[in-house]
Every structure is written in C-alpha cells, then in structure tokens.
Design a protein around this ligand. Sequence first.
Ligand SMILES: NC(=O)c1ccc[n+]([C@@H]2O[C@H](COP(=O)([O-])OP(=O)(O)OC[C@H]3O[C@@H](n4cnc5c(N)ncnc54)[C@H](O)[C@@H]3O)[C@@H](O)[C@H]2O)c1
Length: 249
Amino acid sequence: MVTGAGSGIGRAIASRLVAEGAQVAGLDVNTAALAALADSLGPAFAPMTVDVTVEAQVAEAVSATQHLLGGLDLAFNVAGAARNARIVDMPEEDWDFTIDLVQKSVFLCTKHVARAMRAADRPGSIVNVSSVNARIPMPGGSPYATGKAGVEMFTRNAALELAADGIRVNAVLPGLVDTPLVSSVLGDEQLTSAYLDRIPLGAPATPAQVAGPCLYLASDDASYITGASLAVDGGWTTTGYPQLGGRRD
Ligand SMILES: NC(=O)c1ccc[n+]([C@@H]2O[C@H](COP(=O)([O-])OP(=O)(O)OC[C@H]3O[C@@H](n4cnc5c(N)ncnc54)[C@H](O)[C@@H]3O)[C@@H](O)[C@H]2O)c1
C-alpha cells in the first residue's frame, strides 16, 4: 500500500514495486493522477481515492487492499503537502491542515495497517516518508517541520510497539526531490542555486533515488533494521539550511 501514489515519490515507489513484481494499492486524493498511473502500470496497480487524514477512509482502504490483493505486507506512508506562513501570520486552520496531513495521516495509516497485519498474523514492514525538515527548520514551514519531526519520533515509537508483532517501521528523510511539491523552488534558478549550495552532491534527487532506499528499508535485506531514520539528502544535513536571498560564494 502506497499513499500519495498519484505523484512524485509515491508514484516512483508504486512504479518500482510493480516493476519488482508486487501488487500495489495506490491511495491518493487525486483520482485523475491515479487513473493515469493505473493506465501505465496495468492490473498490478489498484487505484483508491482516499483522503489519508480521514480515519474511516484509511480503515476502508486498508480493508479493501487486503480483500483485493489477498493480503498486506508493505506500507509506504508518503502523502504530504504543506501550507506555509510565518508563525505570526499562520492561520490556525493552515496549521491544522498541515499537521493533519503530514503527521496524523502517518498515525492513522500505521494504526490500521498494523491492525490488519496483526489480525492476519502476517508480519510486515512500514516506511514513513519524513523530511530533512525533521531536523532543519524552514522559514515559514513551522507546521511542516514540526510534523515531519513528529513522524521521525512516531516511527521510533511504532517500531518499539510493533516489534513484538514482527512489524518493522522505519523512516526516510528526503532532502530536495524533483517533484511537483517543490516546483516553485526548482522553477527559480536563483532559489535552486541557493539550495544546491547546501547540497554536497550538487543536484536534487529524482523520485526514483528516494524510492530505492524506501524499498530497501521495506525489504528483507533490512530485516534487522527498525526505528531507523535514513537521510536521503545528497549530504544536505551535513551542511545546513540555505541562506535564502544571501548566497555564499
Ligand atoms: N519533494 C521534496 O523535495 C520532498 C522533500 C522531503 C520530503 N518530501 C515528502 O515526500 C512526500 C511526497 O512528496 P512529493 O514531493 O512526492 O509530493 P507530490 O506533491 O509530488 O505528491 C504528493 C501526493 O500526495 C497526495 N496527497 C495530498 N494530500 C493527500 C491526502 N489528504 N490524502 C491522500 N493523498 C494526498 C497528492 O495528491 C500527491 O499526489 C511528502 O510527504 C513530502 O512532504 C518531499
């Protein structure tokens, strides 16, 4: 099961899973994007229009995945977006929107996926997509960064609680990834250059470069890894946040 499968990193994970022979349930609010992906991936991909911030919809999607695909072994909690504003200007509803989407959705999906795996006595693996912003604050991004930090800790808490059921839970912390989420950054040459000043590998990641590490953590090659956070950031967290508007030479 992959949330946010309609675009970017979620789409890359779903595509890679299908290429590896898995059957995939793709959850997203964007029905048209799911339909387009279903056209290209074929019958191994089951599109499901779901808002991952709504518990009843998540519970139904997990149950539908089990029935449709005959079981549930891996879950990738990827869906995310943010409403950004400086703290002093942040409307309460924008804070709630971002925290619900970034953080609560990971709790809801983990809860129902783990329940299903436990009920089926079928151990599995969950990968949560956090962000380098779990560790690096972002001007105007307080709910996003706070939510992503929460995802990192939630991952450790879930790993602790679910180990007895044979369920591993890990997090990936991407840096700058070339997806529609950051099109305003990557569409601006100066801004991109300011970011790249802080990314030692000198380029944004492709969605596939993030999907690979997500699949690794989900796989049996990572069978002794749980509660871990893997930065997939081109080295960004070895430096710091870009001086927006004041590039270093
Ligand atoms: N792109 C980056 O630079 C970057 C960096 C760090 C972390 N991330 C994280 O990676 C994840 C994927 O981001 P992306 O860059 O692929 O973005 P994206 O915008 O390309 O894809 C996000 C997908 O989530 C879906 N979505 C949004 N709200 C939803 C909801 N309520 N229910 C179900 N689906 C919903 C969107 O429709 C979209 O298809 C997010 O959690 C994001 O915070 C991205």
